[in-house]
Design a protein. Structure first.
Length: 261
């Protein structure tokens, strides 16, 4: 059962050490991402405590809750607990291993790498989250596989916290990574409004074909949230913008108290 979810963007630009003197330009985005990730982990810890007292759920320690990090890409599960290097992006920035993490996996997709960076920032502020990160699943998905994953997570007895890594259109303005496209603003505004609503039916209306044309990635992972979010959810968008020509948003979905019991 999904109890909490965060949506964060996945650009390497989030990594402070990669940005040099321009790092401050994304300070507000990093702060919003830090807050929503930390809140999701705190919600999951609270759900773990609740699960111990619930006769309908397993109370066998970490089995009661599960953190799942999902990024766009070819369907697969990744070993991401080891150290992660951003050397391929110009500077040898290394994110330390999680508790119990083994060797580095040099083939991690970029969204998973960025999520691991956000995990390291969360752990510096909240060491009590170490167990949840150490036991996390790291998944990439798209297409029908995304819906299947969401159905599995939504129907599980385990209480689930999701972190979705998603970017919007990459066509905002003349300096965007892709050719400027007048449809980008409306596309991203619709996605932000759907995220703010907390309603799976609204998020399901996101135009995947248009998203692909605009080089967005969110449409690949929205089906996970749509399928997993059974019951009443409260949505909030804490940051949205396109400072480098790519639409980025930070959002949260949290299950209402009445739906979580």
């Amino acid at each position: 059962m999904l109890v909490t979810a965060a949506v964060v963007p996945g650009p390497p630009a989030l990594v402070v050490e990669l940005m040099g003197s321009a790092a401050h330009e994304l300070d507000s985005l990093r702060q919003a991402a830090d807050q929503v990730v930390s809140q999701t982990l705190s919600d999951l810890l609270a759900a773990s405590a609740d699960a111990v007292e619930s006769p309908s759920l397993s109370s066998s320690g970490s089995g009661a809750v599960q953190l799942v990090v999902v990024g766009p890409g070819d369907p697969g599960e990744h070993e991401a607990a080891g150290p992660v290097s951003f050397a391929g992006f110009g500077r040898d920035v290394v994110v330390p291993a999680l508790d119990g993490g083994g060797l580095a996996d040099g083939g991690l997709p970029t969204p998973i790498m960025v999520a691991r960076y956000l995990a390291s920032r969360d752990l510096r502020a909240h060491p009590e989250h170490a167990g949840l990160w150490a036991a996390a699943r790291w998944v990439t998905t798209s297409g029908s596989d995304a819906s299947t994953l969401g159905e599995q997570l939504g129907g599980a007895d385990t209480r689930v916290g999701l972190i979705l890594v998603a970017d919007g259109a990459a066509c905002h303005g003349p300096k965007a990574p892709r050719a400027e496209d007048a449809r980008a603003q409306a596309y991203d505004e619709a996605a932000v409004e759907a995220l703010a609503s907390g309603r799976p039916d609204r998020l399901a209306l996101t135009d995947g074909e248009l998203g692909a044309e605009l080089a967005a990635t969110g449409y690949q992972v929205w089906p996970v949230l749509v399928a997993a979010a059974t019951g009443e959810m409260t949505g909030e968008v804490s940051w949205a913008g396109a400072p480098y020509g790519v639409g980025w948003a930070v959002a949260s979905w949290r299950r209402s108290v009445s739906s979580a019991t």
